[in-house]
Design a binder for this molecule. Sequence first.
Ligand code: PDD
Length: 291
Amino acid sequence: MLAYLNGQYLPRSSATIPVEDRGFIFGDGVYEVWRAVNGRLFETDRHLARLAFGLRELRIAAPDIARRDILEAVADRLFTESGLLDGEATLYVEITRGVAPRTHQFPPVGTAPTIFAMANRFNPPNDVRSRGASAITAPDIRWLRCDIKTIQLLPNVMAKQAAAERGAMEALMIRDGVVTEGSHANVLGVIDGVIRTHPLGNLILPGITRAVVLEIAHALSIPVHEAAFTERDIARLNECFLAGTTADVMPIVRVNDQPIGSGAPGPITVRLFNEFRAYLDASCAAASASP
Ligand code: PDD
């Protein structure tokens, strides 16, 4: 598999970074993950806007790959040479503050950021989707800037591992009694026909899938209330689902071994998944039709 590192294309096994990279030493960087269908990126601009926001907040100068034309050129080459022009794939892009002797403060002005990208085959978890997935709850021990997509993911890693050890797909993270989001997806619930989800702000990542799903819900006249639900509310959810680049819309049918609603994927979740999937395919197909 091919990788992109600081302007070069090389086999992934040869793509190495110096040990003083601030991503390695401090987790000092940001990342993005795009979904792609037949070599075309989904929601290119929204992911780029989030990336630009993260770079601004961390005061890392935006490198060329944060521009749409450069990103698409890198993606094209990675997809082409990795045999990913057909079917489903993801594109991962990471930017760190670069390589410098270890001091907590920023390195000297002019230190070049490290830029890394790779493409991977993606197999949507459709079997789990048709049955519905299970989740656990876990304390949300993250910092207070969860709106920045930083590479510091240790709380997410620990939460996901706790879920995996209990045979669950996701951990619903709880802060001050409230469900914030999952370890790598947003969380939405349905109570009495109304979709509920944590509002945007510093406590969650502004998920692109979440945004698209809420737009679809509006278009379908499904009521949405961007208000968090609590850990105690979980017992009275009629439906629950994840929204994320690698989850699409994923029904959660059990939380901590207790069924959600009927214990099967609910009608609003199934409808939103079907509409989302159609939109994902159509918008990637439209991207390939444009010059
Ligand atoms: N994660 N919340 C968190 C904490 C996430 O890490 C992600 C995505 C999301 C969903 O965002 P989006 O719909 O834009 O993918 C929400 C990526 C996929 C990852 O870490 O692999």
